[in-house]
Ligand binder design. Sequence first.
Ligand code: SF4
Length: 384
Amino acid sequence: MTNPPPAGIYIHIPFCAHKCLYCDFYSITELSLQDAFLEALFREIAATKSLLPFDSLYIGGGTPSILPAQQIGRIIERISCQFNLEETAEITLEVNPGTVAIESLKAYRQMGVTRLNIGVQSFQDSHLRWLGRMHSADAAKDAILMARAAGFDQIGMDLIYGIPGQSRQAWLADLHQAISFDPEHLSCYMLTCEPETPLERMLQRQEFKPMADGAVCDLFETTITELSGQGYPLYEISNFARKDHSPDVNRSRHNQKYWTDVPYLGFGPAAHSYLNPVRYRNHRDIRAYMADLNSGTLPIAEKETLSMEQQLMETVFLGLRTLEGISIKRFEEKSGRPFNILFQELLTDPELKKRITLTPEYCSLTFQGMMVLDSIAGLFVDRI
Ligand code: SF4
């Protein structure tokens, strides 16, 4: 039997200079709470014990780069002292253009950050303004150039497509601009109107017309074709890694854990943790989070033990997001049921043939299938 892969650690920094219109991540703009938050975070880390080996640390948010650089160093240090974080661990920091300088980027590198993920979103000022982003396209380009100059050899960028009125040409221009910086990783997210965001309220007030589903699918297809042609094959529905000498060398080690049933610990408000079969979530409110930690309690808002059925549903839903797909061996070990018999009806359906690929090891979706991921995953889940 092979050893299970090492686990991951996520830290949620819940501060942003300003809220973007589409964002449903938990973050606040009261920057004066930073010191009190960090004290609470360090308490949470000190109160958590785990003997697992860890090979990834992801500092996300929010806007982690809004904290002074030495605070990022303190977080890495506390994590390294408390947990068995491998020396060769991937340590990712999310940064936003406009919140970094060459000095802070060099400091991150020296503190052990191995990978930067830059929230670019668009290289067009009109789109950035529409999304409610604080920075300009020039600030995004500066951040990327400074990150390279600071010595980062693992740079990822986040981009958004499906912005109302965005043409195929405009999206291609964003992709080409991104590739011109030769990043190791690209995340391309489809714009969605999440509940309770300003964008959703704008939609309800009919202040804009969302892009039609067919046009969004066209942009998704454009993304896959263009990026794979330029050496960035898709490895998850929103993620693309530069191929280099091996297809997985530039993939996000940390994010892959979320899709492959690997345990992770999350710290900070709204952070999730998963220690199979238990999943728990911290308070999505910084004051409730700090109050619990200040009174010696872990800030857990919700904890559930996943039933076997729930675990299998997650295996299917998350597996189908990835290029490799669902590991049939892992599914069968977990469920004790033969995959091909359980899903026979779907696997032999002539209509689904062009959307599902089956090998002896994996069941995955074709790119056509990924365009209707939710409905196909629903068909699998109905049969569990
Ligand atoms: S910077 Fe990121 S986390 Fe902050 S509001 Fe904008 S999208 Fe959300």
